[in-house]
Every structure is written in structure tokens, then in C-alpha cells.
Design a protein around this ligand. Structure first.
Ligand code: DC
Length: 223
């Protein structure tokens, strides 16, 4: 892992439902650095493509959509698509079902990777995703890889979706996580993978507070 006293990049990778975004959000506040939810960017382009009826195999139409779509975040880290808040839309079960297919498309990955590097090179940043420590920022100051038992991840995600008023069953949530893990890990470009120098943290038995404390204790040496 590389270092810089002034500019730091923290990579948090791992499968869905391991608490990456909640942890990264809390750490970004505690450390006073930018948070970038890269999964939200893949969800955003998936939502745009689905709304336009463009399938993952239609590369030409996808490229044109990528050129026309501005993905941004407001000050509360809510995703903006062409200036409009679409936070709820990108978290829908329909988008969750399709996002792994769109995020396996190399053209989508290279466009979003470039944008993530641009942001991370400008500001000290904590990014969560699947390929941050391996592809987006292989020289990140710190790399973490979170893992959690599938049943625990499903129960956490289910509670979150029900809390948002979404109509889902625990079984559907578990199936979606299992399928996404499998597609995300087996795709050819930038698969979900632990970087050899990443610190693995099993969050199965940890509360969000505990996992934040664990990571913060490590990064505080530099940040
Ligand atoms: O973190 P999330 O569940 O919101 O991510 C949604 C999907 O986006 C995930 O199933 C895989 C994809 N993704 C990716 O391929 N690379 C990233 N850096 C982040 C997310």
C-alpha cells in the first residue's frame, strides 16, 4: 500500500451487504474526507439504461447513454442523474436485479473507473465498491476487504429494504445477493476480488460502530 500524508485514498471492497457504504459514510465524516459510493454509479447507469430500454448487450446505445448522462452526488451523498435526485430509484429491487449485468460491460466500467479516479485524485477520498483496491486505485493508501456470512447480509439488507417500504421477501433478497456475488466475482473485467495487500475484516459478528472503529484505528495513524 502506498502513502501520502496529505492525500489519502481508502479502498473498501467486498460483496453486497457487508456494510461497506454505511461504514465508509461514517468514516468519511469522522476523517473529514470525501466519500464515493461507486456502486451507486453502477446503479445509476443501470437505471438510465433500463428506463431507456437499452440492454447490456447493446454497446452502441450504452455508449451514447454514457455520454449523455451526468452522474453526481449532492452534499448528502444522494445520487443525482443529470441534476435530478434518483436515490430511491437506483435502490429499487428491479435495479438490484439487473445491475450486475450492466456493471460487467467493459465500456461502462472504463467510463465509471475514469470518473472515480478523477474524483479520488482530486480529494482525499474513501471509496467503496468491488474493484477499488485492485483496479481503480491499486496504490490506495489503505485497502480493506469486508466479508460477512450470506444469511446475515440478507437479513441486514432485508431489514433495510422493508424499512424503506419496499415489497420483498427475505428469500428474494438472499437469492439476489447470492446471484450478484456470483456474477460480480466471475466477470472478466475487474471482478470482485480481494487485493493481496488488503486487510480482510469479517463483519458477521460486528456492529457498524465496531467495524468503523476497527478501520479508523488503522487509518488514524496516517489520516
Ligand atoms: O454496492 P452496491 O450493492 O450498491 O453495488 C451494486 C452493483 O454494482 C454490484 O452488484 C456490482 C456493481 N459494482 C461494481 O461492479 N463495481 C464497483 N466498484 C461497485 C459496484
Amino acid at each position: 500500500m502506498s502513502e501520502s500524508k496529505n492525500h489519502i485514498v481508502i479502498a473498501i471492497d467486498g460483496p453486497s451487504g457487508t456494510g461497506k457504504s454505511t461504514t465508509a459514510k461514517m468514516l468519511s465524516k469522522n476523517l473529514g474526507i470525501t466519500y464515493l459510493d461507486t456502486g451507486a454509479m453502477y446503479r445509476a447507469i443501470t437505471f438510465v439504461a433500463m428506463s431507456a430500454g437499452v440492454t447490456p448487450s447493446d454497446k452502441e446505445a450504452l455508449l451514447s447513454l454514457l455520454q449523455k448522462t451526468v452522474i453526481d452526488f449532492d452534499s448528502n451523498n444522494q445520487v443525482l442523474i443529470n441534476g435530478f435526485s434518483q436515490e430511491s430509484a437506483i435502490r429499487s429491487p428491479e435495479v438490484s436485479e439487473q445491475v450486475s449485468y450492466y456493471s460487467a460491460v467493459p465500456e461502462i466500467r472504463s467510463a465509471l473507473t475514469a470518473k472515480q479516479r478523477e474524483i479520488g485524485n482530486k480529494h482525499s477520498c474513501i471509496l467503496d465498491g468491488r474493484d477499488i483496491g485492485t483496479v481503480v486505485f491499486p496504490n490506495a493508501t489503505f485497502k480493506f476487504f469486508l466479508v460477512t456470512d450470506l444469511k446475515v447480509r440478507a437479513a441486514r439488507r432485508y431489514a433495510e429494504l422493508i424499512g424503506q417500504g419496499k415489497q420483498v421477501t427475505l428469500q428474494e433478497v438472499e437469492e439476489n445477493l447470492r446471484l450478484r456475488d456470483s456474477i460480480d466475482s466471475s466477470r472478466e473485467v475487474a471482478p470482485l476480488l480481494k487485493a493481496p495487500d488488503a486487510i480482510e475484516i469479517d463483519t458477521t459478528q460486528l456492529s457498524i460502530q465496531e467495524q468503523v472503529e476497527k478501520i479508523q484505528a488503522i487509518v488514524s495513524v496516517v489520516a
